[in-house]
Design a protein around this ligand. Structure first.
Ligand SMILES: [Zn+2]
Length: 59
C-alpha cells in the first residue's frame, strides 16, 4: 500500500498519483517513477489547484 507523501508521518493511504511534471508538459515522463508522487485525494486536489489554477483535472 502506498501512503500519501504529503501527509507523512501520518499514515494516510494514497488514493491517487500525482505527476510532478504534468504529462502534457513532458509525456515521456508519464511512467517515470521519479516524476510520480502518491497522494491522498485531499492533498492531490490541493496541489493540482496550486499548479493548475485554471484546471480541475490533473493529467
Ligand atoms: Zn495527503
Amino acid at each position: 500500500m502506498f501512503l500519501c507523501q504529503h501527509c507523512l508521518p501520518r499514515p494516510i493511504p494514497a488514493e491517487e498519483v500525482h505527476h510532478e511534471i504534468p504529462v502534457n508538459t513532458d509525456p515521456s515522463r508519464r511512467l517515470d517513477l521519479t516524476n510520480l508522487n502518491s497522494l491522498c485525494k485531499t492533498c492531490h486536489s490541493r496541489i493540482t489547484a496550486m499548479q493548475h489554477p485554471l484546471r480541475k483535472v490533473c493529467l
